[in-house]
Design a protein. Structure first.
Length: 296
C-alpha cells in the first residue's frame, strides 16, 4: 500500500503564544546577563546614583529619582532626576543632532524593556520585598555596594583622582570592619565620607573617547558604544565574577538585582510617566548625565 505524504504545513502561533515565547526568551537572556554581573537598568541605582553626596553618576540609572527610598539613612543619595532640570524633558530644542544609526532597533528594545519591567521585574521585586524586611534589604544593598569597591577605586586611580581613591579605600576598610562586611555603612553615617562612583566608561571619556552612538541594551536600558566597552573593563574588577561556580555567580547577581529593584519600586514610573517620547527621553537623559559625570 503506497503511503501518501502530506504536504508540509507551517504551524502558526497565536499572538498570545508568540508573546509567551518572547517573554521566556528575554527571561533567559536576563539570567545570562546577570550571570556575568549585569543588572537591569532600574536595579543598578546603588552603584550608579550619586551616593552620600559624591557628585559622580555612574550608568543610565543615574537618571532615576529617589522617591521610593528617600528615607534610606545609609545611602543619602542625591536626587538624580535633578540632572534633568536643565532641559525640562527636552522641551527646548538645542539644535544638536544626535548620530543614532540604530534608532529603529533602540526604539523597539526600549519598548520591550519597558514591558518587561511592568510584566516581570516589578512583580518579582514586589514579591521579594513582601518576603524580606526592608532593613535586611538595605543591609544587602550596602554589602553589594561595598563589594563594588575595586571598580570605584581603580577607575578613580586611572583618572588620577588620588584623593577620591583614598576616600574610597577608607570607606571600604571602615565598612568592611566596623560595618560587619559592609552590611552597615558607618563610613557615611559616622564619618560622612562621600562615595566617588567611577566606572571604566567614565575613565574612557576622561581620556577623550567619544560616546559613539546610542545603543539600548536588552534589560539594561540606555547605553552607548563607549560604555559597552566600559562594562567589559568593569567586569574584570567585579569580585563576584571570580566565583568558580557559575550557578553561584548567577544566584548572587540575581539576588543583587532583585534586591535593588525592590528598594526602587516607583522610581522608573515617576520619571517616565510624562515622557512624550520614552526612547528620546531616556536616550538624551542618559547622554547628558554621563557627560556631566565625566566632566566632574
Amino acid at each position: 500500500m503506497r503511503r501518501v505524504q502530506r504536504p508540509y504545513r507551517k504551524t502558526r502561533l497565536r499572538p498570545d503564544q508568540r508573546r509567551g515565547h518572547l517573554l521566556w526568551v528575554f527571561i533567559l537572556l536576563m539570567i545570562v546577563l546577570l550571570s556575568v554581573g549585569a543588572s537591569p537598568v532600574w536595579a543598578q541605582a546603588a552603584d550608579a546614583d550619586e551616593i552620600s553626596g559624591s557628585g559622580a553618576a555612574s550608568d543610565s540609572t543615574a537618571v532615576m529619582s529617589d522617591t521610593a527610598d528617600s528615607e534610606d539613612e545609609s545611602f543619602e543619595e542625591v536626587d538624580a532626576f535633578d540632572a534633568f532640570d536643565a532641559f525640562e524633558e527636552f522641551e527646548e530644542d538645542t539644535g544638536e543632532a544626535v548620530f543614532d544609526p540604530l534608532s529603529g532597533y533602540n526604539r523597539v528594545m526600549t519598548h520591550i524593556n519597558d514591558r518587561l519591567y511592568y510584566w516581570v521585574f516589578k512583580p518579582v521585586a514586589k514579591g521579594y520585598g513582601f518576603l524580606v524586611p526592608k532593613p535586611a534589604r538595605k543591609g544587602i544593598r550596602n554589602f553589594f555596594h561595598n563589594l563594588g569597591f575595586p571598580i570605584r577605586m581603580v577607575n578613580n586611580v586611572l583618572q588620577l583622582k588620588v584623593k577620591q581613591a583614598g576616600t574610597e579605600t577608607a570607606r571600604f576598610i571602615v565598612n568592611t570592619t566596623v560595618g560587619v562586611g559592609g552590611l552597615w555603612d558607618p563610613a557615611s553615617s559616622w564619618l560622612e565620607l562621600p562615595v566617588y562612583s567611577e566606572d571604566f566608561g567614565q575613565t574612557l571619556g576622561y581620556y577623550g573617547f567619544g560616546d559613539g552612538f546610542p545603543v539600548v541594551l536588552p534589560l539594561l536600558g540606555p547605553s552607548n558604544v563607549r560604555d559597552i566597552f566600559g562594562r567589559t573593563g568593569d567586569w574584570f574588577l567585579d569580585p563576584v565574577n571570580y566565583l568558580d561556580d557559575v550557578e553561584a555567580r548567577t544566584a548572587v547577581n540575581v539576588v543583587e538585582g532583585v534586591n535593588e529593584s525592590s528598594l526602587r519600586i516607583g522610581q522608573y514610573e515617576a520619571i517616565t510617566k510624562d515622557a512624550l517620547d520614552l526612547y528620546i527621553f531616556l536616550r538624551d537623559g542618559y547622554r547628558d548625565v554621563r557627560n556631566k559625570a565625566i566632566e566632574e
